[in-house]
Design a protein around this ligand. Sequence first.
Ligand code: C2E
Ligand code: MG
Ligand code: MG
Ligand code: MG
Length: 288
Amino acid sequence: YAKKLGKNNYQFFTPEMNNSAQKYLKLEKHLRRALEQDEFVLHYQPQVDAKTGMIIGMEALIRWMSPELGMVSPADFIPLAEDTGLIVPIGAWVLKMACSQARFWQQNGFPVRVAVNLSSRQFHQVQNQQQSRHPLLDAVLNALDEADLPPELLELEITEGILMQQLDATMDILNTLKNIGVRLSIDDFGTGYSSLSYLKRFPIDILKIDKSFVNDITTDPSDKAIVAAITAMAQQLKLEVVAEGVETLAQLEFLRELQCNFVQGYYFSKPVSSDKVMSVHQQGIFAI
Ligand code: C2E
Ligand code: MG
Ligand code: MG
Ligand code: MG
C-alpha cells in the first residue's frame, strides 16, 4: 500500500499518533459547530451550608451532548476549547445561561448564587479600540444585564493559574468585578503553584478546597492537616471556604468540625439538570 502512494509519501504518524491526532481533529470539527447547533447544556450542583444544610448556591457545569460523539465530558473538551479559543464564545454562553437560570430561581422563591467556571483564555482576550471594556467584563455585564440578575447572585470561579498570569490586567478585571458586587472564588485551591500572597492582593471572597484533599480526609492525617490549615487561614483572612468532592457523611463530619463553611459533592447531589433543581429545592433542607 505504501508503494502505491509513491516515493514522495512519508508516513509522519505512527498508527497510534495518527489515531489520536485524528480523534483530536474530529473533536475539534464537531466542537466548532456545537454552539450554533445548541448541543451544550448546563448542569447544576448544589453548594450546601455545612451547619444548616441549606442550599446556598449552585455550580454550573457544562455538558456537551454531541449527536456524533455522544456525551463528552468537560475534562475532554474544555482543554480543546481553550487551545482553539472556542472557550471564549462558549464561556460567554455559559455566563448567559447561568445568569438567566439564577434569575429564574430567584423569581421562583429560590434565591441562590450561581457559580460559573472561568478559563484563563477569557482573561487573555485583548481589548480593541472599539471596546470600552475588557471582553470578559463585557460578557459578564451583558449576562447580568440581560438576565436582570443582582451581581451578588453571581460567583466566578477562577484557578490559581489565572492569578499568576498577566498580573496587572487580571487584577484590573477582578477589581472591577468585585466593585460591581460579583463574588470571586478560587477553584481547586491548593493544587496550583502560586504563592499565598495573592490571597492578600486579589479581591477574593471564597476558597474552594480541591477534592483531592477531601477524598482521604478521614484516613490521611496530612490531608486533614491541610484542610485544617486552609480553613484556619481563611478565617483569619475573612474568606469563606467550600469543600469540593464531599461523598460521605464521615467526610462531612470532619469538615464541620474543621469549621468549613460550605460543602459540595455527591453526598448531597451530583450535578443535575435545571429541571431537577427545582424538585431538589422543593424537597427543602438537606437532612445532615
Ligand atoms: P471543577 O470546577 O473543579 O468542578 C468540579 C468537578 O467535580 C465536576 O466535574 C463535578 O461533577 C465533580 N464532582 C462534584 N462532586 C464530586 C464528588 O463528590 N466526587 C467526585 N469524584 N467528583 C465530584 P465535571 O462536571 O466533569 O467538570 C470538570 C471540570 O471541567 C470542572 O472542574 C471545571 O474545571 C471544568 N468545567 C466544567 N464546566 C465548565 C465551564 O462552563 N467553563 C469552564 N471554563 N470550565 C468548566
Ligand atoms: Mg469549579
Ligand atoms: Mg477546575
Ligand atoms: Mg474544583
